[in-house]
Each structure stands twice: as C-alpha cells, then as structure tokens.
Design a protein around this ligand. Sequence first.
Ligand code: ZN
Length: 403
Amino acid sequence: MNTERLYYADAYCADFAGRVLAARDEGGRLAVALDRTAFYPTGGGQPNDTGRLFTASGSADVVDVTSEDGLVWHWLAAGAAPADWPTGAAVTAAVDWPRRFDHMQQHTGQHILSQAFIETCAAETVAFHLGAAYSTIDLSRTDLDAAAVAAAEVAANRVIDRALPVTAEYVTPDELAALPLRRAPKVTEDIRIVQVAGFDWSACGGTHVANSSQVGLVKISAVERRGGELRVTFLCGGRARADYARLHALAQGLVARFTTGQDEILAAVDRRAAEAEALRKELADLERQWVEATAAALWAGAEPRASYRVVARALDAPAERVKHVAQALKARERTVVLLAARGERPQVFCTRSDDLAVDAAAVLRAAVTAGGGRGGGRPDWAQGGVPSAEALDTALQAGTSTL
Ligand SMILES: [Zn+2]
C-alpha cells in the first residue's frame, strides 16, 4: 500500500479527492493515510503542508504531514473523531495554498541561489533549511566577502529575470551520469531531477514553481560564519516583498524622526551619536565640578567637634552622586561624613578620613536601625537605606548622636 504523491507530477494541485487507506490514533492524535495526496510531508529541507480534509460525515484541519514506508500520514487537529475516517471513506481535500506556494518560492529560489554561488564563487551548498520566517543555506567556503555574496545574489536574480522553465523528471542511472548535477543524489533509485532549464540540475523531491520568474526575487538578509561553513540567510518571493515593505516602513520612520532624506539618515545618526557623546563628556565634567563644590560647601559649614568635623546632611540628588560627594569628603582631613540621598527609599552613606579611627559601620548601623532600615560595611565605608523620608531625619539624628 502506497500513497500516490500528486505533487510530484503537479506542484500546483491544491484540491483533490481520494480515499482513506488507514487511520491510526497516537495518544489522542488521529492520523489518516490516503490513497493519493497533494499534501507534502516534511522532508528534504522543506516543511509539511497544512490544510483541511473532508469526508461525508466530518472534516478536520491537517496540522502535520509525515511520510513512512510509502504512506503519507495526515495528522489531524485535536478533536477529530475516528468514526469520521473509516477505511475506504471518500475524502476531498484542500491544501493551504498560500503556505505551499511560499514554500515553492523559497525552495526553487534556493536551487537557483545555490547554483549561483557555484558559478560566481565556487561555493558548494552543504545544507538547506526552509524556516517559517527565513531560509538558510550553508556554504562550503567561509572566505567570501560582501562583494562575492552580492555577486551571487545578482546572478540568482538574473536567472529569475530570464523566466526559465522549471521541470522535474525521473532519470535512469545512465541519464543521470550525463547530467551536470550540483550535488550527488542521496538516493540510488527513483531519482527525480529538478531542472531550472539550462542552469541547474538537482536531485530533489520537493515542490517547485513552474518558472523561475515565479520566485520573484531573492534577497540575502544575513551572512554568518559557523565553524567551517558560511550560513547564508535569504528570502524569496512574497517573503522578500514583505521584508521590503517592513524595511521601507522602518526607513520612513527614521526619515520622520530625523527630518531628513533617506540617503542622509546614516549621516544624521552619526551626527546625533557624536552630539550625545559630547554631551555625556560635558555632563560628566559638570558632575565632577558639582561634587567638588558641594563637598567644599558642606565641609565649610560642617559642625566642628573637639578633634574632627561632622558632615551630616540629606541631599536632593541621585544616590550615586551623593556617594561621590561622600568620597570627596572622605579625602579631606579629620572629617566624619553621614550623607543621605533623599527619595522614596533614601540611601545613607557613612565614611571618615583615613586619619580617624571612628567606626563608620557602627555609625551607619545606629542611623539606619533608628530609621527602621538596614545597612552595613567596613570601618571606613558603610552604606544602607531607610524606608521613608520621615525615617531619614530620625536616622541622621541617631547617627550624629553617636559621634
Ligand atoms: Zn530541493
């Protein structure tokens, strides 16, 4: 019992009638094999078709298609009732055509692109994957530069422009020996050769467009070295058009934001980046000056004790900046510093000059504990936090009172 594969003779057959040869239930998933099918099962780098099957008593979506021992199995969506699919039942079927045609465009485009890489730079294709969004081929050479890749793309699109017929036929071993095959076939009998007239001959069981012009366009979107191979990501036909629309919208968005022409966008981005870098430097300079000036003012107004000064204050500044002020004060002589950054969750820093033996960690702990917070550190540097602005005043008073 074999399934007759209609797509071998006619890749454009999307609606057909057949009969149920067998059904099987695997863990609640029902699969039916038909005597003939236009559904392509996953294989040869090309994903399966999807679609819908109908019998007199029911219908179900086909969510996966596999091939085993000559039979093509149509895996039905959950909920399909086995009673609707008895052996011998007449079935009508519809393949999801937009999905299938997309696969045909990508697959024929791959044959053309692979041959173009051989003709322009002697790079063999060692693997092909047709993905849901992108397709890839892996090339045997990794030393191709951008110009070589672009040349292959141009050559492939020229083949599309020439509108060459694409045909498939079974050949005998003798006929096979006379063909300039791109790669040796993986099978030894029933060898099917897909030919892009006069340009490419490949052993392939996939579905293809009838004319190279239907590939529409080949666009390489990425090239990436992977070990000893070069992975080329590409889009054909409808996918390439959709990608063009996406990129056009992106370019229009940039044009609007930079109020410039498309050709000036890169220069505008570079200019904006240079401006941002200059502003970052200027801001860092101003911040350093602010930290120094703030530290000097705080030190001048600090509370003098018998043998050292105490700087205890809360600042309206980001914690990182307050920390820098504390560090600047630590560098001065005989100074104890208890600084806080105001905010929703105030942060507290405690430090002291290297010429003092005051335990900053103990001061900090006394402060944050009184304020209902937490913290700790070393004898010369400690930090912590309190839960609210009100707690901060309590904390600063408590910390100062230990000095
Ligand atoms: Zn193929």
